[in-house]
Write a protein that binds this ligand. Structure first.
Ligand code: SF4
Ligand code: SF4
Length: 380
């Protein structure tokens, strides 16, 4: 059953989550972009703001229409909340007998309720779960954040200029991984329940059932987001793309893209599935121990391919090739999935506007352009 949450009930939703002990995080405009930060009041949401995205380009515009989610995505996904940019893992200290004692450091902050995760973000979270929670090597800090997260997804009504989740089958409507999923309609949201936690919250808020008109409007909105997409990943992001990449390691396009790439690593920082990291050891002031931390790294740094006295990927061409042959290729061998969820962030936030769908089109010999695109509401 679907429910209706009126705009006036957003603050009740935030209050109910706070009563349950959550810190609410939600989208808001900061420094010309939409980021997730602590959300204390509905007024902080980006009302009437929509985003314009092109390769290497992100701008916000204010419109008259007072919608809270008339934008596609900002530079962050869920990743920074679960797989933190820097996180302490353990402390080692000498005891009085000079013996080294290792102690795990676990997060100790309040659980987080995230409002505004997109369908591609949930798909990315499912991939990170495979990377960090499955098998015998569990990342305990990630596991803690994951178990203490309440997810309120928002189905997209608009796509950004770089979104291509339709071709990766990861959006624009969320299908799993949420406690509640909202779709914005006139005067509020249609609410879909994804878990018992979500159901309990909706019962507390005394939401009324959604009407037929509400539900129809919600479907139209997500269909609108899908129809706005102009890009697609060749071979629909399938295993076939993996085989093409692995059979074209000497394609001249790798060299051409390397001439433009700055090896800055922006693409990996904003990518919701990238998990490369390095470990640091910081001595404590007393000199009798140290703190061990994990910190995001990137396949674009020289140090990340330093093995036994040598940097293995010593050119930008090798690093760019590593990024895409791993993400779109050998992830299939490791995790039985592509590492790309079609969010388009790496395209938007690349300072020189490198577009991975274009690069893959050149190598796969298949277009990355959606030919039957309808005019979208943000088009000129
Ligand atoms: S590779 Fe680019 S488009 Fe794909 S998930 Fe990462 S940031 Fe998004
Ligand atoms: S592809 Fe773009 S964002 Fe990624 S390292 Fe190269 S220049 Fe930086």
């Amino acid at each position: 059953m679907l429910y209706f949450l009126a705009y006036e009930q957003i603050n009740d939703l935030l209050n109910a989550l706070r009563t349950l002990g959550y810190t609410c995080m939600g989208p808001q405009v900061q420094d010309g972009t939409i980021v997730f930060d602590e959300l204390n009041h509905a007024a902080q949401l980006p009302w009437g703001v929509h985003d314009m995205q092109k390769p290497g380009y992100y701008r916000l515009q204010q419109s008259e229409k007072k919608e809270a989610f008339a934008w596609a995505n900002g530079p962050q996904a869920i990743k920074p909340l679960l797989f933190k940019p820097k996180e302490s893992l353990w402390r080692v200290q000498k005891n009085d007998d000079g013996k080294l004692i290792f102690k795990e450091i676990m997060p100790d902050h309040k659980p987080v309720a995230l409002i505004g995760a997109r369908s591609c973000d949930l798909a990315a979270m499912a991939i990170q779960d495979k990377t960090l929670l499955k098998d015998k090597f569990i990342d305990k800090q990630y596991q803690w954040h994951r178990e203490h997260l309440f997810v309120i997804a928002v189905n997209c009504s608009y796509s950004g200029g770089n979104c291509f989740c339709v071709s990766t089958q990861t959006g624009p409507k969320a299908t799993s991984g949420y406690d509640l999923a909202l779709t914005e309609v006139d005067k509020g949201f249609v609410v879909d329940i994804g878990s018992d936690k979500g159901r309990n919250l909706i019962t507390t808020l005394k939401c009324i059932p959604a009407t037929e008109t509400n539900s129809r409007q919600a479907d139209t909105r997500t269909a609108q987001a899908a129809s706005m997409q102009t890009k697609r990943m060749p071979k629909n992001n399938s295993r076939e793309l993996r085989n093409i990449l692995m059979n074209h390691l000497d394609h001249p396009r790798w060299h051409e893209v390397a001439e433009r790439c700055l090896s800055c690593g922006n693409c990996t920082a904003v990518c919701p599935t990238c998990f490369c990291h390095h470990q640091t050891e910081t001595p404590v002031a007393q000199g009798d121990g140290s703190v061990h931390a994990r910190e995001w790294d990137s396949c674009f740094t020289q140090g990340h391919s330093y093995i036994h006295g040598q940097v293995v990927r010593d050119t930008t061409e090798k690093r760019y090739k590593q990024w895409l042959t791993h993400k779109l290729g050998t992830w299939w061998d490791q995790f039985d999935t592509s590492g790309c969820v079609g969010c388009g962030r790496c395209v938007t936030w690349c300072p020189v506007g490198i577009d991975l769908t274009e690069e893959m089109a050149a190598i796969a010999g298949e277009s990355n352009v959606v030919t039957d695109k309808k005019k979208g509401p943000h088009d000129d």
